[in-house]
Design a protein around this ligand. Structure first.
Ligand code: FES
Ligand code: FES
Length: 209
C-alpha cells in the first residue's frame, strides 16, 4: 500500500520521503492502478511507444479534464501547462518535493503534485486550492487566511491552505503544536508561519462555531 504525503510527513525528514519515492517511483508513491488511454497499441509497449504521448483523463475539482502528455509528465506540470483552462493554484517552486507549494489533495490526502505522475493520478479525485472554495464562497481556511493576513507574497499560500483544509477535516480542534506538525511539509520563504498557524486555529474555531 502506498502512503500520502501527509503520512510520510511523520517520517523524521522529507529526505527519507524523497529517497523512498525518487523520480522513477514518483507515480508509485500514489497510485495502484492506472487509467490511461494510450495512443496506439498499448499492448506492445516499447521504448518507441513510451516516447510519445498518452491521453489522460483527470478528475480535477469534480470535472473530468483531458490532457495529452508524455508518460513522464508530473501532475503539477499537467495541471499548470496541459489543461485548458489551466489550473494554476498549485505552484511550481522546487519541483523536487521539498517546499509544498504544489500541494494538492489526491482522494483527500495531501501530496506533492510535482512528485506524482499524471498517469498515476487518473483514477483519483484531485482537489486543488481552487476546488476548496471560490472568491465568493471561500472555505473556512481561505477566509481565515484573509482575515488573519496570513500571507505576504502568497506563493506558498495555496499549498498551506490545501494542507490545512485537509488536516482540519481529520482533526477539527487542533493545538498549535499539531498545526505546526501538519504543516511541516510546507515552507514559506516570507516567514509568515505565525500568521499561518493563527489562521489555521481561527479556521478550526470558526468551523466549530
Ligand atoms: S514544487 Fe512540489 S514540493 Fe516544491
Ligand atoms: S508568503 Fe511568500 S513564500 Fe509564503
Amino acid at each position: 500500500m502506498t502512503k500520502s504525503r501527509e503520512e510520510k510527513s511523520h517520517d523524521p525528514g522529507r529526505r527519507k520521503f524523497l529517497k523512498g519515492v525518487g523520480i522513477a517511483g514518483a507515480g508509485a508513491a500514489i497510485a495502484d492502478h492506472l487509467w490511461v488511454e494510450a495512443e496506439g497499441a498499448e499492448s506492445t509497449a516499447t521504448p518507441e511507444s513510451l516516447s510519445g504521448t498518452v491521453k489522460v483523463v483527470l478528475d480535477v475539482n469534480g470535472q473530468k479534464r483531458e490532457a495529452q502528455v508524455e508518460p513522464r509528465t508530473t501532475l503539477l506540470n499537467t495541471l499548470r501547462n496541459h489543461l485548458d483552462p489551466a489550473v494554476t493554484g498549485p505552484k511550481l517552486v522546487c519541483d523536487v518535493g521539498t517546499c509544498g507549494a504544489c500541494t494538492v489533495l489526491l482522494d483527500d490526502k495531501p501530496v506533492y503534485s510535482c512528485l506524482v505522475l499524471a498517469v498515476d493520478a487518473t483514477n483519483k479525485k484531485i482537489t486543488t486550492v481552487e476546488g476548496l472554495g471560490t472568491p465568493d464562497k471561500p472555505n473556512a481556511v481561505q477566509s481565515a487566511f484573509v482575515e488573519n493576513d496570513a500571507l505576504m507574497c502568497g506563493f506558498c499560500t495555496p499549498g498551506f491552505v490545501t494542507t490545512i483544509s485537509a488536516y482540519l477535516k481529520k482533526n477539527p480542534n487542533p493545538s498549535i503544536a499539531e498545526v505546526r506538525e501538519a504543516c511541516k511539509g510546507n515552507f514559506c520563504r516570507c516567514g509568515t508561519y505565525p500568521r499561518v498557524f493563527e489562521a489555521a486555529l481561527a479556521a478550526a474555531k470558526g468551523s466549530q462555531a
